[in-house]
Design a protein around this ligand. Structure first.
Ligand code: AMP
Length: 146
């Protein structure tokens, strides 16, 4: 299974994003409103400046207290973002997420951002594919033994 199939299953949801100058408080409000765990941080050209996860906010809250919510996204985001391409395999993405200890990955084609997938999207797609294979095998066995 390829990343392309996973992002197609997800549909054409707009990629949730913010900018580096937005406060952590506003970024947290957006995460809460959209019921998601991660925002892509875009620069003025629409390119990737970083990624901000709910974990980044909680970690900073734990260290600095509630005052940190006034800080800009740029102060806690991860700038070195690992991306994947539509033709990458789901297994390779899962393995990169697991070894990198993160649960989100932007999908890019050249300099264009075409999606943002989570480890949950990958696992859901893999389970559905396994269920499909299982049903096909059961049907083959049933017709062979009928
Ligand atoms: P997550 O598990 O995705 O909520 O994020 C855990 C940590 O990894 C946070 O510090 C994120 O900023 C960072 N992170 C999330 N996704 C990526 C990514 N694709 N590349 C690099 N770092 C990431």
């Amino acid at each position: 299974m390829k990343v392309l199939q996973i992002s197609q299953r997800k549909g054409s949801d707009e990629i949730a994003s913010t900018t580096a100058d937005v406060s952590l408080s506003d970024a947290a409000a957006k995460l809460s409103e959209l019921r998601i765990g991660c925002l892509l941080v875009l620069n003025a050209d629409g390119g990737i400046a970083g990624i901000l996860s709910e974990r980044d906010i909680v970690r900073t809250l734990g260290v600095s207290g509630a005052d940190c919510l006034k800080q800009p996204v740029s102060s806690v985001m991860t700038s070195n973002v690992v991306t994947c391409g539509p033709e990458d395999s789901a297994d390779s993405v899962l393995s990169r997420m697991t070894s990198g200890r993160f649960r989100h990955m932007p999908v890019t084609e050249g300099s264009k951002i075409v999606g943002l997938i989570s480890i949950g999207d990958v696992v859901k797609a893999r389970i559905e594919a396994l269920e499909h294979d299982n049903e096909a095998l059961e049907s083959m066995i049933r017709s062979a033994t009928a």
